[in-house]
Design a binder for this molecule. Sequence first.
Ligand code: ZN
Length: 608
Amino acid sequence: MLKKRFIQGVFALSYLKFPLKTLGLSLFVTIALNASAASNSNSSELKQNLSIGLTPQKSLQETFDGWYHSDGTASIISEPNYQSLNFVLSGESQDDSRTLVLIAKDYITQNANKFGLNQKSISELTVTSIRQNSDFSVVRLEQKVNGLSVYGSSIAITINKESKITFVASNTITGIDFDKKMTSNNKSKITKEQAIAIASSYLGFKEIKFNKAELVFYKEQSGNQFETWKVRISPNGGKASDWELLIDSSTGKILRAEDKLRRIEGKGMVYKPDPVTATHHVYGDKGFVDNTDSPTSSNTSQIPKDSPVLTATRSSVTLKDIKLVDGKYILESKYAKCDDTEQPKDNACPAEVKAEFNYTRTNKYFDAVTAFYAIDTFMRYVNETLNVKVMPYQYKTGVNYDPHGLNGEDNSHYSESSGKMAMGQGGVDDSEDSMVVVHELGHGIHDWITHGNAGNTDADGIGEGTGDYLASAYVRDLPENTWKPTDPQYNWVMRWDGHNPFWPGRVSNWNIGRKYPSDVVNTGDSHKSGQYWSSCNLVARDKIGGVAMDKAFLNGLSKTIETTNQVGAAQAIINAAKDMKYTKDQINAIAYAYNTACTYNVKVPVTE
Ligand SMILES: [Zn+2]
């Protein structure tokens, strides 16, 4: 519904043929309301819908001297082999900046056909920058029409010390009709402020962080020429974006819209989710042991060593939207942030010149990458796939984690006061097992979704069970998970860090043969009790599917308070399923898990 309304708003704006001046502000207000209603959805689908006039990149043709566009104009000339006969560089940078331009223009004039430019276009070429490097210089030019920059035009010419052109990168706009009138009526031209308002309304921005607008000449692929406002605009709050729009300066129609935010994609080698799950092994199989000097000791200070097996079992993954800070790539995205906050302060968060984080386990940075991937992937799943919005309330960044914390102990934790999580290194490094990482993240999600009211009493273990449920959910959905529901290992929780000589680990079919509350409550170990909670919910998950159950699970938890026990939370979840309009079959499947496979005896909501 919203989307439909939104499109109508855009339509009205895009085809505005009458002078805006006479309409006053009311038009903008109306459209802004429509647009901002739609902007509540941040789906990538909507973002796709907001793009206008983008054309796919066309393939280039290789020739003897470079690569050319299909219309015959140059894209890259790697061997220009051009020595200017008319102009020679002196070596004096002041004089040379002038000479460089003369050489560049001389070259373009002599090779006008390679650029598809006529005499008029060449005479209007304007230098935008000159960069004088120690060994060569780069002159950049753009096309102009009546003093306006031609949108998309750019030529970069590299000239060496011997006044020779050694490289050219070019994108020229050909076939410009200089005599054709661009705007129907200059008197009705929209103002810069109106152009920014049109852009802002269209994108549904409530508040603008940055804006800039200038008039440019735009030639569509169809050949139509326009004088347009090139508007750059980014929102204050909400999903980060950096839009560029071209708006017809006489009609206000949006001709082109593109989000130009550069998202950095890194690459990394990680355990996905751990060395054994992906290889159908268990801890202790040949080669699948924590390879340290003394492998049976859980000594905290031992450095894991490489082995061919443990190196080969890593997976190559994409690290989405990571940051570039001071020329170095770091493990920080919208959802996860590596930060060495706890002892040992071993500087375990990498900063790399290239966006590549390829380490083996003996490298101290390896754990940071595996943990980052698990946290970022799972937070993305919760916030984007499930559309359950959960972020830390204690700080403004993504989930803050220390890949080596707890002074090295064989344990990990999430701290409610700081909202940060950390993994220890005793026994197997905890960061090497994504189920440990997602379990700790699960404590965070539980805390954030209840705004500081996560229950985790020792008596009931619902908090521990929530971590185990989410960790199992993460691993069961991975294509790398080789275990089938019929394998005992399918129900193992923490298969690399646990189920080994250091620690027995936990299971997710602990409900079998047990009754709530007699076998579950007051066991003296919240982790043990929590297994009932994770197991019962995973029965439901296997029945109705991951996305449906995870959504109901998290939305249900969001309704609980600190003292809510397993039964109370189960009731909240099955009621959430009804609120979310789940089918009778889905609700009955959850009821089967809670009341038949387990003994919570929740009230089953009646569906129409
Ligand atoms: Zn825990």
